[in-house]
Structures are given as structure tokens and as C-alpha cells.
Ligand binder design. Structure first.
Ligand code: ASP
Length: 323
């Protein structure tokens, strides 16, 4: 089996000279060379896509990466692809790829929390897990995250801890598979895999705002989206917002700025028919909000991709469908 490791930077590729100055500087080849025995899992080639901390990764780079992976998949010799990235926005890149990558070769995104200059770095183990998963027939056509011996759906996974190596979880539904020793044990399938969007890459924009509703929040946070391409709003609980922001949301609706709502709770979805008070889910519906069942950062990624594919109505439960 042949796997291509595409490196983009992050902690997994970072070294420190004097302690506390870690920054990405290792190549894909360096990452692979640091994992003895990886060549027994698959034959590996590497490609260096970028070498940046993930917080510097841009929406256009996500688009380029998706196209680069499609090109790799066109090569019949490529059985699987592993992408290494910083963990900070890894879930957003993985989900972007999930929505845009058209290939059959599995794509497994991974990284590390402890850089190679520290005792017990986790990059080598995460790379091994991910290469192994990328050779699995069962992973064909999917974009997954391999981390800490777990395999997650790109749609569901989220970073839950800022420093601990056990940081990626899939709230509510759990991982798809676990890797023990050299075995990948699958326990469930993605029942709701997302369709691939036909994206106009020139239309990809980062001008989609993401705001979390908080108690008695100032309307300026919503007003700032007046010229945006869309506003993604993580409402409290099952879809509730403070009345302070309702006039600002009404202005957005009047100006045709799409509002895409989700919940700020790590688990659960928006209600549709339980509450009717001012600022309840009934208000979200009066505001013609789209309904998302993703976390806020992935709601934003899906909005960006859907806008670039002119498919917002297909991407979420559209206002007319939310009752
Ligand atoms: N702490 C980050 C990481 O895990 C840095 C980054 O996302 O680039 O890689």
C-alpha cells in the first residue's frame, strides 16, 4: 500500500532551540524519518504543502489543499493520503476537505500536541495511526481525523483541550474506530456523510462572521456583520438569544445577509417547536435563519463552502423547512 503524507506545519512539525520558541520547521520527510517502522505499515511518499502554525492557515489555502488532494488521488498508485496540520484549526480544515475533496483514497488528518523537542511527543504515534487508517479499505472516500489512537469523522470531531494529548473527541456519538497495536477496530459508520460541494474556488471568502450568543450581549457584535457574506450565530441552549441583538439581526435579514444558527452547547441541536418567547427558536425562525447541527466553527466552514457553491439552501435546513 502506498500513502502520501502531506505536511502543512503545526506542532507536529515544530522544534524548539531554547525552549518556549517552538515553530514549524520540519518537512514531511523529517516527520516520516522520525517514526521507525512506518515503512512496514505502508510505502510512504511526502509532499510539503506549507509550514505554518495552523492559526495562520487561510480559507484559500484550504481550497488549494482540497484541489491538491484531488490531484494526488488521480494517481492510481496512491492508496491513501495523510495530512499533518496544527491541531488548533485542524477540525476546520478536515471538515472543509470533507465537503470539497472528491477522491476515493482515504484522507486522514492528524497532528500533535507535544512537539518533537519535548519528552514523549505524540506526533509519531499519531502519524502511525493515521497511515494505518489511510490503508483501510473501509475508509475509502472519507475524510477522517486520526489522533491518540482514535479515528473520528471530520464532521463530528472537535478539539476539547488546549494542551492535553487527548484532545480530539466526537461529542455525543464518539469515534468511528479505535486503533490497538496494528489493528483498526471499526464500531460505527458515518450515517450522514456530507455531499461534496461543487465549489467555485474564486468565490471562497473568509468574510463569514461567527458570533457566540452570551448573556445580555451588546448588539455591536451582530451589527459588525452588516457587510458580511453571512453571519453564523451560536445561540444559547436550544436556540435562544438575548433580545438585545434582535433588532440587529432584523437589519441583517432586511439586507439579505444570511443568518445561520446553531447551538453553543457542545452537544444537542436547535429546537424547532418548544419555546415561543421573544428570543426563542421561534424568533430565529421569524428571522429566516438557516439551521445547522454543527459546532460554530464548522457551521462557518460549511457556510463558506456552500456560498462558494451557490448552494446555501441545500447546505442547511433552509428557513422555509424549519418548523
Ligand atoms: N498548538 C498547535 C498545534 O497543536 C499549533 C498549531 O495549531 O499550529 O499544532
Amino acid at each position: 500500500m502506498s500513502v502520501v503524507v502531506v505536511s502543512t506545519g503545526g506542532t507536529i512539525a515544530s522544534t524548539e532551540d531554547s525552549g518556549g520558541d517552538a515553530s514549524p520547521d520540519l518537512t514531511g520527510e523529517d516527520l516520516v524519518a522520525a517514526v521507525p517502522g512506518l515503512e512496514r505499515v505502508a510505502s510512504i511518499e511526502t509532499r510539503d504543502f506549507s509550514n505554518v502554525p495552523s492559526a495562520q492557515f487561510t480559507v484559500p489555502q484550504m481550497g488549494e489543499l482540497a484541489r491538491f488532494l484531488d490531484e494526488l488521488d488521480d494517481d492510481p498508485k496512491v492508496d491513501g493520503i495523510v495530512v499533518t496540520q496544527g491541531t488548533d484549526i485542524l477540525e476546520e480544515t478536515a471538515y472543509f476537505l470533507d465537503l470539497c475533496y472528491e477522491g476515493d483514497a482515504p484522507v486522514v488528518v492528524t497532528g500533535a500536541m507535544r512537539n518533537p523537542s519535548l519528552p514523549s511527543p505524540d506526533g509519531p504515534s499519531n502519524l502511525t495511526t493515521s497511515v494505518r487508517v489511510a490503508t483501510e479499505e473501509r475508509a475509502a472516500g472519507q475524510v477522517l481525523v486520526g489522533f491518540n489512537e482514535r479515528v473520528h469523522a471530520a464532521r463530528e470531531v472537535t478539539k476539547i483541550n488546549s494542551t492535553n494529548v487527548d484532545t480530539f473527541r466526537s461529542p455525543e456519538f464518539g469515534p468511528l474506530a479505535i486503533v490497538d497495536e496494528s489493528r483498526v477496530t471499526w464500531r460505527r459508520e458515518q450515517l450522514n456523510p456530507d455531499p461534496t460541494f461543487d465549489v467555485d474556488h474564486d468565490a471562497l471568502t473568509n468574510d463569514v462572521h461567527a458570533v457566540i450568543a452570551t448573556a445580555d450581549m451588546p448588539p455591536a457584535q451582530v451589527e459588525a456583520a452588516a457587510d458580511a457574506d453571512a453571519l453564523c450565530l451560536a445561540a444559547t441552549g436550544a436556540g435562544h438569544i438575548p433580545p438585545t441583538i434582535i433588532p440587529a439581526l432584523e437589519s441583517l435579514r432586511a439586507d439579505d445577509v444570511p443568518i445561520v444558527a446553531t447551538t453553543r452547547c457542545p452537544e444537542g441541536r436547535l429546537a424547532r417547536e418548544t419555546y415561543g418567547f421573544r428570543g426563542s427558536e421561534a424568533t430565529l425562525q421569524e428571522l429566516d435563519s438557516y439551521y445547522s447541527d454543527l459546532n460554530l466553527q464548522k457551521t462557518r466552514i460549511r457556510t463558506i463552502v456552500a456560498l462558494a457553491a451557490d448552494a446555501l439552501d441545500d447546505a442547511f435546513d433552509a428557513p422555509g423547512d424549519v418548523t
